[in-house]
Design a protein around this ligand. Sequence first.
Ligand SMILES: NC(=O)C1=CN([C@@H]2O[C@H](COP(=O)(O)OP(=O)(O)OC[C@H]3O[C@@H](n4cnc5c(N)ncnc54)[C@H](O)[C@@H]3O)[C@@H](O)[C@H]2O)C=CC1
Ligand SMILES: O=C([O-])CC(=O)C(=O)O
Length: 266
Amino acid sequence: MTAPALRTGLIGWGAIGRVVGRALADGAVPGAALVCVVDNRPLGADVPAPRCTVEQALERCDLLVEAAGQGLVREWGERVLESGTDLLIASTGALADEDLAKRLLDAGPGRLHATGGALGGLDLLQAVCAMGPLDEVRLTTTKLPATLEQPWMGEELRTRLWTATGPVEVMTGTARDVPERFPRSTNVAASVALAVGDPGAVRVTVVADPAARQTSHVVEAHGPHGSYRFEVRHVPDPGNPATSGVVPYAVLRSLGALTGRTGQIL
Ligand SMILES: NC(=O)C1=CN([C@@H]2O[C@H](COP(=O)(O)OP(=O)(O)OC[C@H]3O[C@@H](n4cnc5c(N)ncnc54)[C@H](O)[C@@H]3O)[C@@H](O)[C@H]2O)C=CC1
Ligand SMILES: O=C([O-])CC(=O)C(=O)O
């Protein structure tokens, strides 16, 4: 007998959420049924499930998929997990706040899950770290300048960003501070930190490149058991170039794993 499909709610009807929601409604993940969509903006036409609030979603769902932003995870994460609803997040950057990360990882009975999103290799890094800590972990993210402009930037940096004719280093830091500075663009840094277990140990460089038709993320790590390098180059989502086009499919893959799809690479 097959288990009933997980009642799944989607928070965020944007670049990620629309693809995930439509695919779920088309049966792309047999173990997950889309039951509602939450967004704080008008949803437009062709939404395949009723709109509701987060509170209502908690009553209706076994699992909520967050594709809304770090603020949503901060505001609702604990409530969702304490209600017994599982939470799959795309906005891993919220976990750069170590107090919040601890609270969410300790909260329950719902379980917190994070999609690998735009990155590959996190599973292997996690396995490597089970053998002992790495000596060095670096992430270099390169994106179009427009996707990196932030309200906190001063005039000089802003000008450098907009007049760049080649790659420009916009920030170096750790996975503790970078995801907060670029909340819609560097969740990947927090994802690497989640895999290696220490945000402060992940050195992050953010680069703006006007020629970056593809977004790239390069993860390099080495330690006593080996050396690792994962490089991805993604075509950005046409509607939201801060987000790589693959991300909703990574979320669907995560949902496949959560629902126990047979043959899944874990
Ligand atoms: N882990 C990863 O590799 C990646 C993670 N992300 C994360 O996913 C988030 C969503 O990405 P996109 O779909 O590209 O963004 P988007 O901006 O296209 O869509 C976000 C949607 O969420 C809604 N929203 C925002 N705050 C909300 C709230 N408090 N309550 C209800 N609805 C809310 C917005 O109205 C919008 O429709 C990003 O902000 C980022 O944090 C994005 C790309 C990669
Ligand atoms: O989609 C990507 O390439 C990465 C991204 O925006 C994020 O990590 O927030």
